[in-house]
Design a protein around this ligand. Structure first.
Ligand code: ATP
Ligand code: MG
Length: 246
């Protein structure tokens, strides 16, 4: 099973929106994704609860819940046959939280809004991520999504420059669009809305799909299995995902 972690310490950058849309998009393509929601706000779980029964089912794991009746590893275990596991993480993660949630990830997606404050926070977040994991492999698995971008916005030129210097790709640019808020309320993904309505949004999703396909299937991108030790070392809300079979 592959794991896609969606991360950004900055609140409201679009992590949950990206997580649920990615899950819907992959389900529409015939895959069997699961969402692990580590954020006590439970946005992804709420979206799943609103999801119409006639659409492809997506399994959800409320990773923020503390269950005394089962081990943490068992609670976080996605059902057999699901792939990939998409992890929605909370805002405000510190270095340890970033390291814990991204450990074992096959791909790490960072949604960033194109404001100066958000870009500054993202730059710090990426720096923390790279410093704490201290691995070239991590860098090769990170992709940035510029989110809520209005036409002709050039604010994120600074982010682009920074990413280029680190060789981290700007994978896709999502428009600031009511389609995202509307689809979130309905428990559907943007790609499950009528094409005439989302015509301007689907291109970005093709770009994301293509990056994700090549990143998840990159045979040189082999990772070490996450250790169980990490499960005890971090707060339960940000425990890494373990065990994962390849
Ligand atoms: N591309 C977009 N266009 C319009 N609205 C968007 C877009 N992406 C996200 N939003 C809206 O922005 C708000 C924040 O998005 P979201 O909840 O996904 O962020 P988050 O990073 O998960 O937040 P938190 O850190 O609190 O978990 C939501 O109301 C969402 O509907
Ligand atoms: Mg969220």
């Amino acid at each position: 099973m592959k794991t896609v972690v969606i991360i950004n310490s900055k609140g409201g950058s679009g992590k949950s929106t990206l997580a649920v849309n990615l899950a819907a998009n992959l389900a529409l393509k015939g895959q069997n994704p699961a969402i692990l929601d580590l954020d006590p706000q439970g946005s992804s779980m709420r979206w799943l609860q609103n999801r119409p029964a006639d659409l492809p089912e997506i399994h959800g794991i409320a990773g923020y819940e503390k269950k005394s009746t089962m081990t943490r590893a068992w609670q976080l275990q996605p059902p057999e046959g699901t792939n990939p596991l998409i992890v929605d993480t909370p805002a405000g993660l510190d270095k340890n939280g970033l390291a814990a949630t991204s450990r074992g990830a096959d791909a790490i997606l960072i949604p960033v809004m194109p404001s100066d404050i958000d870009i500054h926070a993202a730059v710090n977040c990426i720096a923390d991520l790279l410093l704490t994991t201290k691995s070239d492999m991590t860098q090769r698995r990170i992709g940035i999504i510029a989110n809520r971008v209005r036409a002709n916005t050039r604010v994120y030129a600074r982010l682009e420059r920074f990413l280029r210097s680190l060789d981290i790709p700007l994978v896709a640019t999502f428009r600031d669009s009511q389609n995202y808020t509307r689809s979130a309320e309905l428990g559907i993904g943007i790609n499950e809305m009528p094409l005439w309505q989302v015509r301007k949004d689907v291109g970005a999703w093709k770009e994301l799909n293509s990056w994700l396909d090549s990143t998840l299937n990159d045979v040189t991108n082999v990772r070490a299995l996450p250790t169980r030790m990490g499960l005890r070392a971090v707060p339960s809300a940000v425990a890494p995902i373990s065990p994962i079979a390849n």
